[in-house]
Design a binder for this molecule. Structure first.
Ligand SMILES: C[S@@+](CC[C@H](N)C(=O)[O-])C[C@H]1O[C@@H](n2cnc3c(N)ncnc32)[C@H](O)[C@@H]1O
Length: 278
């Protein structure tokens, strides 16, 4: 396995592991964001939408609701447990206008110029080669169709994320730059869209944060999100002790409202030109 394949395998392994707890209320920014995506895209009845890295369907459910029974959403992910939860979440919302596929975001098995819109919420920064993925997403969009992806801004999850990284490093676990920081500013997002040939690039930043009741809410986030991949690098016998000490520090952030969780999100969108210049 080369480094990129290893990175993908680690990502998928962790999402298989966290799928059961991913819809935990402490992580409710995912469905909040999913709703905002469909609003920003102004999806219309009858449209065909692709949701890439659908996870448990946070963006999918909102998109399926907006395109209605005449429309359809194709949802793809590489973690089967996430896809199973997405299918469940679609059904409990009384919807059935989506199909689920175990498929790699960089190798789409769909016709060219097929979708009215492509969505990828908090998935692009996991991909080793983001530019290759964007070219593939451009290919499946109809001319005039829109892509939107979300990423976390540099402030998101601070100061908790920085405290987590410091504590992990103090426990002798080496961490590379976390993947979610790769698209943490407007310039990075704009450049990657323009380089892939998208037009009408638009960037929007929104604060989707809220107060967690206490430090256990931050524990939920570590154990049920992509952060779990970093946590898993601790030897098992050290994990409980690490969490206890780390959460003691997080508890010091608590005010009478709880612990503020900053979730500043970047919404980046672009359009496949109606006349292809590529
Ligand atoms: C942070 S979750 C986001 C899920 C969902 N879009 C949301 O907003 O809640 C990232 C998802 O990307 C998926 N993923 C990572 N690499 C992928 C790849 N190469 N192809 C397809 N899905 C991938 C993971 O399995 C996981 O479900």
């Amino acid at each position: 396995m080369n480094k990129a394949e290893q990175q993908i395998a680690e990502t998928i392994e962790v999402f298989e592991q966290v799928a059961a707890g991913y819809d935990n209320p402490s992580l409710r920014f995912f469905p909040f964001c999913g709703d905002r995506i469909s609003m920003h895209l102004q999806l219309k009845r009858g449209q065909k939408v692709l949701d890439i890295a659908t996870g448990t369907g946070a963006a999918l459910v909102a998109a399926a609701q907006m395109v209605g029974p005449q429309g359809r959403v194709q949802a793809i992910d590489l973690a089967e447990n996430m896809l199973d939860r997405a299918e469940h979440n679609l059904r409990v919302n009384g919807l059935n206008n989506a199909d689920f596929h175990l498929m790699d975001a960089t190798k789409l098995d769909f016709k060219s110029a097929y979708f009215d819109a492509v969505i990828c919420s908090f998935g692009l920064f996991f991909l080793p080669d983001m530019s290759v993925a964007l070219k593939e997403w451009y290919r499946v969009l109809k001319p005039g169709g829109r892509l939107i992806f979300t990423s976390f801004s540099a402030n998101a999850f601070q100061p908790q994320a920085k405290m987590f990284m410091e504590d992990i490093e103090a426990a002798d676990v080496s961490v590379d730059d976390p993947g979610w920081q790769r698209l943490n500013n407007e310039d990075a997002c704009r450049n990657i869209l323009q380089q892939a040939g998208f037009d009408n690039v638009q960037l929007l930043q929104e604060q989707l944060g809220y107060h967690l009741n206490d430090e256990q809410g931050w524990r939920d986030i570590i154990l049920n999100s992509g952060l779990r991949a970093i946590f898993n690098r601790l030897p098992i016998e050290k994990q409980d002790d690490f969490l206890r000490r780390h959460l003691e520090k997080i508890a010091s952030l608590k005010t009478d409202k709880g612990i503020w969780l900053d979730v500043e999100v970047l919404f980046s969108s672009g359009q496949r030109p109606t006349v292809d210049t590529k």
